[in-house]
Design a binder for this molecule. Structure first.
Ligand code: ASP
Length: 579
């Protein structure tokens, strides 16, 4: 068997004169005559030109080993686009290791290939420099996170895949049990409960690069299965966790990009919602939400006789947004939940122009313009409604108009703290947890738990925090409740009866009776971090074998039918899908 002496892309003019053997795939070949052909040979490090002076039947993607002598290319024949462009391998002896059918799609990056075809032949797609680079970036992220966690005293612990349900709020993937017919395992939405049990078990600082599975609709930043850096630590505060995670994220970013991010700023959830209308604000651009409610106290304009009015400034927007574009934005705002979109152009003379001005006082018009510092050519876009609707819709509108691609510009990490404990209040008046039911309320809001009713629950803050990067939620975490009394109180508020709590989380509650240390943790998505660090919009580009948007795998055809025998063994009978 041929032994490789060098990688293709590593050879340099200093190697001239060396006898080498390189191995890889035939990228291109150019036959000049019976006795002269050029082969560009590719491996993951790059391409080297090999000159062959015999007639060979070689095609693209054949796997070959080529031995020869490194020499300088003839004058004027250098290729500046290649790192190996000044040299070539001459006097080549070529050994074909595998023949190959023509590739199912062009191998050059300039050709856009349908994703289904790429994934159907992922093994060929993976040979492309883009995928090689992305997966190697991913490996660097993983290994630097491991090193960072270990340097900070964390140990890697593996938790099981076949478990009972975890309370992350998504749908579980389930696995039928052959030995216990009619029973199912759930695949972990996260290792949440196990990592908390590790803390009760005195392991002190746990981490894992964990696979999490959630049966949710797929998006550019979401797959059924994804990898998280999952961590938990005992006898620590929120501050400690933020510092541990910051260090890991900075280490990973520095390893990949070569420069260390500066300190990560923080913002409370409330501030994020008020300024950006989002709990994962993209702070790479301004267009902040400006509160104008005060301007419209006692207004005559019916549209503004509401509890909240806010606006954003679209600099130079008047030239960009034609009437039909404004109509399209208005429709979007309505779909997002607003009654409409109030808009004004700032005319040549510098004054607000728009259909609504005739209902507004001179003072209102000039105050709107002043508070946004709107100038000629700008556009003012406003939403008037309940505060929650205003923030939500204006936040989305801001992204729609101003958001750059997720990977462009600076990396803007941001910590969001003091998340509300409850995300919503159900029709039965019962609140719904914003994170998971083990999240500790903020000390100073603990008392409110006793007296709150209905929407008052929404004002109770928690010790939960998120890390955001360029408008993507990278991860979440919280200080956990370790007191059985507070946990029972939260379950009662959530309407989880004692029996139900015991049935669902009994093992955790039981564990807490045997001496639970105060603990806190966090988890962040490695796919998302890697995508942004790799300059990709879609996490599928940094996953070796992802699912398509519709959740299937064109390579293995998963998901597939089970044959009758297998179903029987599992005690399952299929009913026709309901329509
Ligand atoms: N288990 C949580 C999640 O996956 C993270 C945490 O609270 O540590 O989002």
């Amino acid at each position: 068997m041929t032994i490789r002496t060098h990688y293709c892309g590593e050879l340099r003019p200093t190697d001239v004169g060396s006898q080498v053997t390189v191995c890889g795939w035939v990228d291109t070949r150019r036959v000049h005559s019976e006795h002269l052909a050029f082969i560009d040979l590719r491996d993951h490090t790059g391409i080297i030109q090999c000159v062959v002076d015999e007639k060979l039947d070689l095609r693209s993607e054949y796997v070959v080993a080529i031995s020869g002598t490194v020499r300088t290319r003839f004058k004027g024949k250098s290729n500046e686009k290649l790192d190996t462009g000044e040299i070539e391998i001459g006097d080549c002896d070529v050994q074909v290791l595998s023949v190959a059918e023509p590739p199912p799609f062009p191998m050059h990056e300039r050709t856009e290939v349908d994703e289904n075809i790429r994934l159907r032949h992922r093994y060929v797609d993976l040979r492309k420099p883009r995928m090689q680079k992305n997966l190697r970036t991913r490996a660097k992220v993983n290994s630097s996170i491991r090193a960072s966690m270990e340097k900070q005293g964390f140990i890697e612990i593996e938790t099981p895949m076949l478990i009972a349900s975890t309370p992350e709020g998504a749908r579980d993937f389930v696995v039928p049990s052959r030995l216990h017919p009619t029973n199912f395992y759930a695949l972990p939405q996260s290792p949440q409960i196990f990592k908390q049990l590790c803390m009760v078990g005195g392991l002190d600082r746990y981490y894992q690069i964990a696979r999490c599975l959630r049966d949710e609709d797929l998006r550019a930043d979401r797959q059924f299965e994804f990898m998280q850096l999952d961590m938990e630590a005992s006898f620590v505060s929120q501050e400690d966790i933020i510092n541990f995670v910051t260090e890991a994220v900075k280490d990973a970013t520095e390893t990949v990009s070569g420069s260390r991010p500066s300190d990560i700023p923080r913002m409370t959830w409330l501030e994020a919602m008020e300024r950006y209308g989002s709990d994962k604000p993209d702070v790479r651009f301004g267009m902040e939400l400006i509160d104008m409610t005060g301007i419209f106290e006692g207004t005559e304009a019916n549209v503004f006789k509401v509890s909240c009015v806010k606006g954003i400034l679209y600099k130079g927007g008047s030239d960009v947004l034609a009437r039909n574009a404004i109509d399209a934005l208005t429709e979007k705002c309505q779909n997002w939940g607003a009654k409409g979109l109030a808009w004004f152009r700032v005319g040549e003379g510098g004054g607000l122009e728009g259909a609504l001005t005739k209902f507004m006082s001179e003072e209102e018009i000039s105050e709107v313009q002043n508070c946004l510092s709107a100038e000629s050519g700008d556009m003012v876009l406003m939403i008037a409604d309940e505060r929650k609707v205003v923030n939500h819709v204006l936040g989305l509108l801001r992204l729609e108009i101003g958001r750059p691609p997720v990977h462009s510009g600076e990396l803007e990490f941001l910590w969001i703290t003091e998340f509300p404990l409850f995300g919503d209040v159900g029709e039965n008046g019962q609140p719904i947890p914003a994170h998971h039911p083990f999240t500790m309320p903020l000390e100073e809001d603990l008392e409110k738990l006793d007296s709150a009713e209905g929407d008052e629950y929404l004002a109770i803050r928690s010790q939960a925090y998120d890390l955001v990067l360029n408008g993507w939620e990278l991860g979440s975490g919280s200080v956990r409740i370790h007191s059985p009394e507070i946990q029972s109180q939260i379950f009662a508020i959530l309407g989880i009866e004692k029996d139900e709590a015991q049935e669902k989380f009994g093992f955790l509650l039981d564990a807490f009776r045997y001496g639970a240390p105060p603990h806190a943790g966090f988890a962040f998505g490695i796919d998302r971090l890697t995508a942004i660090l790799s300059g990709e919009e879609n996490i599928r580009e940094v996953i070796a074998f992802p699912k398509t948007q519709s959740g299937s795998d064109p390579l293995t055809n998963a998901p597939t039918l089970l044959d009758a025998g297998h179903l029987e063994e599992l005690g399952l009978r299929l009913t026709p899908p309901s329509t």
